[in-house]
Design a binder for this molecule. Structure first.
Ligand SMILES: [Zn+2]
Length: 276
């Protein structure tokens, strides 16, 4: 079964399990019937091995990888210049502007901008990523007045529901739990996604199995990640599921996950990701 047909079936299945809504449910059920059990097994196997290349993965060619490298390095120079925290919520246009204004960064070339633009508008379903796209515009910007900086984390949260939820979690679970990643603008999601792709020979599908492609991340609209102090980078691995913090999150009903175990959205299990 090719990915297109599989995608349709998966979307239909997801509608059935309430993971994501599609309009015509009867039609959805019909398509769902066409999913062979073996295809589902294939899919789940792919997701279990999310961090290794799989047949059919979309991989950049040599020329595109050169562009990946140069635009990623430029984004990293912007990040160094504006600071890690500020970069998290920087718009794409502002990143370009910093490139123009600071010789230490250097202007983004026409080819780099075209590459990033194309990547942003590419249909991530082709990668095998079946989540929705909450941020549709490459130039989307985040207003500072809607944000609250969370002390000692270098991260921001949206005022209102997300911030309230975080405060609640800290109150119930204690100081051991902390914000590991909050609001992320398009430029930040680019750095994360491209870093993962670069480290894996330009394999965009592989990157999309653990990081939403730019535009597809709910960190752009309110979701956030929490971790347990002392665990470091392992907060973003299966180890987190075994921590006291994760158990308590579950007990207190916070684990209505965006990406549950064996989800059909093409994303690995992420028990640290809090859906708002
Ligand atoms: Zn997350």
């Amino acid at each position: 079964m090719n990915r297109r047909i599989f995608l349709k079936s998966i979307l239909a299945l997801s509608a059935g399990t309430g993971l994501c809504a599609i309009p015509d449910f009867t039609q959805a059920q019909e398509i769902a019937r066409t999913v062979e059990e073996s295809d589902l097994k294939d899919y789940l196997h792919r997701m279990e091995n999310f961090d290794t290349p799989q047949p059919g993965d979309i991989i950049l060619n040599k020329k595109e990888r050169t562009l990946l490298k140069s635009s990623l390095n430029r984004l990293r120079r912007v990040q160094r210049t504006v600071g890690f925290g500020n970069f998290c919520v920087l718009s794409f246009d502002h990143a370009l502007k910093f490139g123009r204004n600071y010789s230490s960064i250097g202007r983004f070339t026409k080819q780099e901008i075209e590459f990033l633009d194309k990547l942003f508008h590419f249909d991530a379903h082709e990668y095998g990523f079946y989540g929705e796209k909450p941020v549709e515009k490459l130039t989307a910007s985040i207003s500072r007045k809607d944000l609250i900086k969370i002390p000692r984390t270098g991260n921001f949260l949206y005022r209102g529901e997300p911030h309230k939820k975080y405060i609640e979690i800290r109150k119930e679970l204690g100081r051991k739990v902390y914000l590991t990643s909050g609001v992320r603008g398009v430029a930040k999601q680019f750095i994360l996604f491209l870093t993962k792709a670069e480290a894996n020979a330009g394999n965009l599908s592989l990157a999309s199995r653990s990081l939403a492609p730019p535009g597809y991340s709910y960190h752009g609209v309110g979701d956030f990640d929490v971790g347990e102090k002392g665990l470091g980078a392992a907060n973003f691995s299966a180890l987190f599921a075994e921590t006291r913090t994760c158990t308590k999150l579950r007990e207190h009903g916070y684990l209505q996950l965006r990406y549950p175990e064996n989800n059909l959205l093409g994303v690995r299990f992420e028990p640290w990701h809090i859906k708002v």
